[in-house]
Design a protein around this ligand. Structure first.
Ligand code: ATP
Length: 785
């Protein structure tokens, strides 16, 4: 039995920090197949520090040599091309057909296929699939079964670490929530059963039909009417249930009636997403609806990887909808002189629970500060929190919880299978056995780290399995290629970190495998939610080791018993695979070494090219203003490691999981910026570190002020600005969200108390009603209960 060499990658200290690592100095974004084929990623002139030896952003793309493809190295060394399962099948069929015609023997070809596929014993029937009505039972008699009993008996007192999801709310918490949230008026049975019943405009109805979205999903039926009324919403429904359209449709509908006159043009909507891929996907949905409906709505995608200059240029044209990841958005807020969010009417935070986690906290705070208080805010996630403590930072105004079937956490078409991993050494052979024998295509496999995903890619390649990897250590081009190849079935497996766990809507994913269980139930829910989407069927298979027992229990607890299966991979298949893997060890080392060397060479080439560019374009490069960031480098690192810690904590057995004391030690002091407000600190930092003088600062401020669009919000009479910054609209909110009212937005349909549920949203002319003067517009400011 070999060591679990997958687990021996000690150098893997780069546990994937979830979500968007976008910082001004990083490059890239992505798109998928259906997107604009001209979409081009660009480093934006910045490169990260440090050298990544096997997939870092250093190996840049469009201008230099393409990224290194480890499959090429494998093919060169093995002398055998890697082919996707579908291609292999097609070829085999063609050969068989030929042979049938020739009435020849087929043995040779079968042998060939067996050789490519490994053992030649692949046979689905060998897999024992023990559906177990009573729930999860691993190997019939195991501890897990006992745990189940414990749970049923409520005798689980060793579980001091029970998930917060299971915590019983205190009366005080319930009372706080009652005070914070508005009652959901859509719980009555009169929900719209069609988009037409929502009184959407004809172009939008046309668009929905063209995209074959004929009947609203439950979250759409409940959220769209409320969103049209301008209410703040906290939306939650299972993965793949159409949450994107639930916010995109009302946004587009409301934009249809905006003012297009002079001063009416402004960035009115911001959709924040935690990852670039998700932002791109979200933009696609919006664009598709707008295009099919012939709507005159302009989008801007603000993610790392797109040229900063191109984005800045687009921003100057005041696009209606911004779809952004936090890092790149803040970069523009800080460095693009004329860009502000002061005219924002709607803020959507997709995967909002993720965005409220450590790692995004400072960025989110910075963005919220830049948005007017009078905006409408909508938060969506399949695992949405309604913890007031977390939400209070977002300055919501009597939000309505729209939680569809809160008891159901996973899609109804999902079957969840669990494989018991008795010793860690059998984990990778089990995965390989599973993929060689049963799961042959359309499968996403999640790993806890980038290095694991990469090393397994080499293992898969050597085993004749065609895989792509998707994680944050890749260039954007590699990320993009991976997604596209997987979508096009050019590869059978997508080996991913949690970067891909949220939101990605890839059609036809049949299986999700968890190589290891994530430590947070929400992560598990999102991972397995990449399959069984939009009413389709799908299967997840999780490899469960001893350390994953708690998560196993939580996953079972949140699921219906008939969705749970226990899968047994025959021991002989696992041990055959283990022997095989043992034999591959040296080859794996060699391949990784070759890859490292090739990268170093390309790195050297790039440095050379960079030097030449510096000489050639010195004047231009030095004439550009230095970009600034709202945090100091230390603060940035602290935020990054906080985000990472959230993730690493997920893996109790992970050696990267530092204990609290150590983490305390690592806390960064803010030093010379201590005591300053964030704004002051940011300015000081910008001026000190980037050599901006006071005149430049003043020019930027003046430019921003001058470029501010005319206000589209109307102050509510009697509204009190607790923060004392009233007047500008942006700051005129209330510090105490529960009692005081925000100013209304002309974007909202007013109507007494924001209208009634089921009531048609009145059409609003955005921008006509300025400074509360009413005028022709129907808009009378956003009134709230
Ligand atoms: N009304 C509808 N009818 C049929 N299909 C729909 C409808 N609305 C959305 N879909 C489809 O459902 C799929 C999933 O939608 P979407 O990605 O918005 O889900 P989600 O709820 O945001 O998932 P996740 O929680 O994973 O982010 C998409 O392919 C979308 O086209």
């Amino acid at each position: 039995m070999p060591d679990d060499f997958i687990a021996t990658i000690d150098s893997d200290d780069e546990v994937e920090s979830l979500g968007e690592p976008s910082r001004p100095a990083r490059g890239s974004g992505t798109k998928d197949e259906e997107l604009d084929p001209d979409f081009e990623f660009d480093s934006g002139g910045f490169r990260p520090e440090g050298l990544d030896l096997w997939g870092g952003d250093e190996v840049k793309t469009s201008r230099g040599a393409g990224p290194i493809n480890v499959d090429d190295i494998i093919e060169r060394r093995t002398g055998r091309p890697l082919e996707a399962y579908g291609d292999r099948k097609r070829k085999r069929k063609a050969v068989e057909d030929d042979e049938e015609e020739d009435e020849g023997e087929s043995e040779d070809d079968d042998d060939e296929e067996e050789e490519v596929d490994g053992d030649g014993d692949e046979d689905d029937e060998d897999i024992v699939d023990s559906g177990n009505e009573s729930g999860m039972e691993i190997d019939g008699t195991s501890d897990v079964e006992e745990d189940e009993d414990e749970e049923e008996d409520n005798d689980d007192d060793d579980d001091d670490d029970s998930d917060s999801e299971d915590e019983v709310e205190t009366e005080a918490q319930i009372a706080r929530k009652d005070a914070f949230f508005s009652k959901d008026p859509t719980t009555d049975p009169s929900l719209p059963t069609s988009f037409t019943a929502m009184n959407l405009s004809r172009p939008l109805l046309r668009a929905l039909t063209a995209l074959q979205l004929t009947t609203p999903t439950p979250i759409q039926a409940r959220a769209i009417p409320l969103a049209l009324l301008g209410r703040d919403i906290l939306g939650s429904a299972v993965t793949g249930s159409g949450k994107t359209a639930a916010f995109m449709v009302p946004i587009l509908e409301r934009l249809t009636y905006r003012d297009r006159g002079r001063g009416g043009q402004a960035c009115r909507v911001l959709v924040l997403c935690p990852t670039r891929e998700l932002a791109v996907q979200c933009e696609q949905v919006g664009r598709a609806l707008a295009e099919k409906g012939g709507l005159d709505v302009r989008f801007a995608l603000l993610v790392g990887g797109l040229s900063l200059n191109a984005q800045a240029h687009t921003l100057r044209t005041l696009p209606d909808i911004l779809i952004a990841t936090p890092g790149r958005l803040i970069d523009h807020l800080t460095n693009t002189p004329s860009f502000t969010l002061s005219a924002l009417d709607v803020l959507v935070i997709d995967e909002a629970d993720r965005m409220l986690e450590a790692g995004f906290t400072d960025e989110l705070e910075e963005i919220i500060k830049a948005c007017p208080r009078s905006r409408q805010t909508m938060l969506f996630s399949a695992t949405m929190t309604d913890s007031v403590d977390e939400l209070v930072r977002l300055s919501l105004d009597r939000p309505i919880r729209v939680f569809v079937d809160p008891k159901r956490n996973t899609a109804s078409g999902l079957t969840q299978e669990f494989v018991r991993i008795r010793t860690e050494e059998t984990r990778s052979p089990s995965l390989l056995a599973l993929c060689k024998r049963t799961v042959r295509e359309r499968c996403i496999i999640f790993f806890r780290s980038k290095a694991l995903a990469h090393q397994m890619r080499v293992v898969f390649g050597l085993s004749g399995l065609k895989a792509a990897e998707l994680h944050g250590n890749l260039t954007q081009e590699q990320r993009l290629n991976a997604l596209n190849d997987f979508k096009a079935s050019k590869v059978d497996y997508l080996l991913a970190t949690d970067l891909a766990s949220r939101g990605l809507d890839i059609k036809g994913v049949e299986t999700v495998i968890n190589y290891d269980m994530p430590g947070q139930l929400a992560q598990y829910t999102h991972r397995v939610g990449r399959t069984a989407r939009a009413g389709r069927k799908g299967r997840s298979i999780s490899l469960v080791g001893e350390a994953d027992r708690k998560m196993l229990k939580a996953a079972i607890k949140q699921s219906e018993a008939d969705e749970i299966r226990h899968r047994i991979i025959p021991a002989e298949a696992v041990s055959a695979m283990a022997t095989k893997l043992d034999g591959m060890k040296d080859e794996i080392e060699e391949i990784l070494k070759e890859e490292r060397e090739e990268k170093l060479m390309r790195q050297a080439d790039m440095e050379l090219k960079k030097g030449e560019n510096m000489v050639e374009h010195e004047a231009e490069i030095f004439s550009r203003p230095a970009r600034t960031w709202f945090q100091t480098e230390k603060e940035k690192q602290a935020a990054k490691s906080a985000g990472k810690d959230v993730y690493v904590q997920s893996f109790p057995h992970d050696k990267n999981n530092k204990d609290t004391k150590e983490k305390e030690k690592e806390k960064i002091k803010r030093g010379k910026y201590e005591g300053l407000s964030r704004k002051q600190a940011r300015r000081k930092f910008a001026m000190e570190e980037d050599g901006r003088d006071a005149a430049t600062e003043a020019a930027i401020r003046a430019a921003k002020k001058g470029a501010k669009p005319k206000k589209i919000t109307a102050p509510l009479t009697g509204s009190i600005s607790k923060k004392g910054k009233g007047g500008s609209g942006a700051g005129a909110g209330t510090g105490t969200k529960l009692v005081k009212r925000k100013k209304g937005s002309a974007f909202d349909d007013a109507g007494p108390k924001g209208g009634h549920e089921g009531m048609r949203a009145k059409r609003v002319k955005v921008g006509l009603d300025k400074k509360g003067k009413g005028g022709k517009g129907k808009s009378q400011g956003k009134k709230r209960r």
